[in-house]
Design a protein around this ligand. Structure first.
Ligand SMILES: [Zn+2]
Ligand SMILES: [Zn+2]
Length: 249
């Protein structure tokens, strides 16, 4: 029991440092590239932005603890008891399984996110209870990556840990999934498109969600619900394309 608690604390610490380092780095970068968003000259705007960023960091740190608990349980059950389907020996599965397993984790995560996210926008009571916190940021900043109400954090925090009991994955591929989740969680909220317009208008942008796509969700609310891929949004007619504010020349 003590080992489980320590593991949960350690994972919360890792998730917290990961959040502060990634959001901090991209907020710092975005401040240089979009000072109009991150360092407005108008004093009132600057004060409002500071209050918003403090709120985003506060909610995110609460989410860090919620995400750390199932991650810590999995880490302990994997390391001490071998109870998950995480493997370290590359010969345990064919090499082609490495990218396939990473893609499966992202696809399941994206599917879960799309439908729960859409449900939260569909039912006003659910929106007010679980998702309004995430939309308090208008527009969001890189610090909003984990800015969720605890109910919303609870709805998602267990998913990837649960998948490790079902879908075999090499620990390196799992790390890649977590890096992708972190990178897109931060950059999709930073109010600045990191990818060149050529990419956004090409194959990448047609299939992968980046800031231009998610920024429109924060403006329109009733569209662009996806997390990594545009698949569900396009299939279900909820894809309204990109926010023109963010597209780089
Ligand atoms: Zn968002
Ligand atoms: Zn939303």
């Amino acid at each position: 029991m003590t080992a489980l608690i320590l593991s949960a604390l350690l994972m919360s610490l890792i998730v917290g440092v990961r959040y502060l380092a990634t959001s901090g780095f991209f907020a710092w970068t975005a401040r240089r590239i979009r000072p109009d968003i991150y360092a407005p000259a108008d004093e009132q705007k600057a004060a409002r932005l500071n209050r918003q960023i403090r709120r985003e960091i506060g909610w995110s740190l609460l989410s860090v603890a919620i995400y750390g608990i199932p991650a810590g349980i999995v880490a302990q059950l994997w390391q001490a008891h071998g109870l998950t389907r995480i493997y370290s020996d590359l010969s345990a599965m064919p090499l082609w399984w490495l990218p396939v397993s990473a893609f499966l984790y992202l696809a399941v995560h994206d599917t879960w996110f799309y439908w729960t996210h859409r449900a939260m926008h569909h039912w006003p009571a659910l929106f007010r209870t679980a998702h309004a916190v995430h939309h308090e940021s208008r527009p969001p900043t890189a610090w909003a990556a984990m800015s969720f109400h605890p109910w919303e954090a609870l709805s998602a925090a267990w998913l990837i840990p649960a998948l490790t009991f079902i879908i075999p994955i090499h620990h390196g591929a799992l790390l890649l999934v977590l890096l992708i989740a972190t990178f897109f969680g931060v950059t999709n909220h930073m109010g600045w498109e990191i990818f060149p317009r050529r990419w956004i208008n090409g194959w990448f942008g047609r299939h992968i969600i980046s800031a231009s796509h998610h920024h429109l969700h924060h403006g329109l609310y009733q569209s662009n619900y996806g997390l990594y891929f545009r698949f569900w949004d396009r299939l279900c007619g909820t894809d309204k394309g990109f926010s023109s504010d963010l597209l780089r020349p």
